[in-house]
Design a protein around this ligand. Structure first.
Ligand code: AMP
Length: 507
């Protein structure tokens, strides 16, 4: 088995690793470090939790220990998709470079430009940044990238999800052609493949097992949730009751937990509700300002916050050891997010528990997750019991059941076409998009508007095609007359245009 001392790392780095308590390199470290130290480009296909951060920071520190940075010209660059991940990478540098004199700066949103500029002006060895913020600094003329010798792209597939690929391409083109590139991604969609083909030179490819197959230290369970009534408020309240009951049932084993919601608005509501019930909870999502997010995370790390209520992006890649539980208040709509979420517990060989609440409408997402992890998640009994369906609901229940049995033998495509049969107000889809679509709130409004526009269009079509459709026999004559006149008369085209304009603006 490879030892750290076999890896040709700087002795001061080896000392820091020993002090961090690491005994042997993880597979991604054993694969990537020797190649990176040779100066080769590296393509690492690995998720968080595999030790990938050290697999690029350790060789970087070793390489950068020689030489000095010039003003405004960083010698290396690490690009991360989120502020939290960037802050975490910076922490890793602090741990591993404690015996080496290296300067670093963290360029992330929510921190004042002035402070960051002052650091860059002095010259930094390592610049850790989110792509947008880095380009802001560059465009303000505060940064020169022509001395970058090593560039790291971390979590490239998440960058793709968040729409950062054009920024990454631009940053690549601003750095010297001769730079060394260390590129990490959990998955390799075609767009990422294209990027690596364009910007990496004959990379050493190191692929480690996906986290989906490496979560044996995590005990999983899912509670099938049914509200006693169908209105949203009752449902939301009962879901919160269920979550608290689950936490209570876990007892002392639940020392702390990250609780995931699909929507930012629910993160806030749930945090407020838990606090009201005397639980030590704090929210974290992309709309909170950076200092608040950092405070909350520090609080969760040091134990002064017990329950971190989080959205996917805010919690993505967070490396907080000793998280005993993860709860999915909502089933994530992207199966991969499930793997990322539950990977916040059971880290570095420790055990953990991940419990998911699954509402009826989310069963399709659960199916996708079980397909991805290639096995069923054990169903566990609800601590609040299963409510009896209400009398008016019992009948409504019958139909979906029938259609479900048809569905089970149908193709996936048909399942999808049946989805709109669910009430629009209850459909979680627009909000269930990852937070990375930063305007998701606006998007969902647009979707709603589009629907109403479509309805309007349909009504308009009826009116144009057959004036009595949908109006019965009691149509007053004067209304019919005015339609006829409008259709046949000179104003007809204007009227039609007005209608389609309304439709477009609604869309
Ligand atoms: P990462 O995949 O970089 O997010 O790392 C996941 C966790 O593993 C972090 O808590 C690291 O501190 C820890 N870690 C990284 N490398 C090692 C190692 N060789 N031995 C033990 N723990 C490690």
């Amino acid at each position: 088995m490879t030892k750290f001392s076999d890896l040709d790392l700087n002795p001061k780095v080896l000392k820091a690793i020993e002090e961090a308590g690491y005994e042997t390199p993880t597979p991604i470290q054993a694969g990537a470090i020797p190649e990176a130290l040779k100066g080769r480009d590296v393509l690492g296909i690995a998720q968080t939790g595999t030790g990938k951060t050290a697999s690029f920071t350790l060789p970087m520190i070793t390489a950068l220990a020689r030489g000095r940075a010039r003003a405004r010209m960083p010698r290396s660059l690490v690009l991360c998709p989120t502020r939290e991940l960037a802050a975490q990478v910076a922490e890793n540098f602090d741990i591993y470079s404690k015996h080496v004199k290296l300067t670093k700066a963290l360029l992330i949103g929510g921190v004042s430009f002035k402070e960051q500029d002052a650091l860059i002006d002095k010259g930094v060895d390592v610049l850790i940044a989110t792509p947008g913020r880095l380009l802001d600094h560059f465009e303000r003329g505060k940064l020169i990238l022509s001395d970058v010798k090593i560039m790291v792209v971390d979590e490239a597939d998440r960058m793709l999800d968040m729409g950062f690929i054009p920024d990454i391409e631009k940053i690549f083109s601003l750095t010297p052609f001769t730079r060394q590139t260390l590129f990490f991604s959990a998955t390799m969609p075609s767009e990422i493949e294209r990027l690596t083909n364009t910007f990496l030179a004959n990379p050493a490819k190191i692929e480690v097992a996906r986290q989906a197959t490496a979560s044996e230290t995590i005990t999983q369970g899912v509670v099938m949730f049914r509200a006693s009534r169908r209105d949203r408020e009752t449902e939301a309240k009962e879901k919160r009751d269920l979550l608290r009951a689950l936490i209570e049932r876990e007892g002392e084993a639940c020392r702390n937990a990250i609780i995931f919601c699909n929507r930012k608005v629910d993160v806030d509501i749930l945090a407020k509700s838990m606090k009201k019930h005397g639980l030590n909870a704090a929210p974290i999502h992309g709309d909170l300002d950076q200092s608040q997010r950092m405070r909350t995370l520090d609080g969760f790390r040091d134990g002064s916050v017990t329950f971190l209520i989080a959205s996917d992006v805010a919690a993505r890649g967070l490396d907080i050891p000793n998280v005993s539980h993860v709860f999915n208040f909502d089933v994530p709509s992207h199966a991969e997010d499930y793997v990322h979420r539950i990977g916040r517990t059971g880290r570095a060989g420790k055990t953990g528990t991940a419990l998911t609440i699954c509402a009826k409408r989310d069963e399709k997402f659960l199916d996708e997750i079980e397909k991805l992890i290639e096995g069923p998640i054990p169903r566990i009994e609800s601590p609040t019991g299963t409510p009896e369906p209400q009398a008016d609901e019992a009948e409504a229940e019958e139909k979906p059941k029938r259609s479900r049995s048809r569905r089970s033998s149908s193709s996936k495509g048909r399942e999808r076409t049946e989805e709109p049969a669910e009430p629009q107000a209850e459909a979680p889809k627009p909000a269930a998009k990852p937070e990375s679509s930063r305007d998701s709130g606006r998007d969902s409004n647009r979707d709603n508007n589009r629907d109403s526009g479509r309805d309007r269009g349909r009504r308009g079509g009826d009116r144009g095609g057959n004036r009595t459709v949908g109006m019965g026999d009691h149509l007053p004559d004067f209304i019919a007359l005015s339609f006829d006149e409008r259709r046949g008369g000179p104003a007809a085209s204007d009227a039609d245009e007005t209608e389609s304009e309304t439709e477009n603006s609604a869309a």
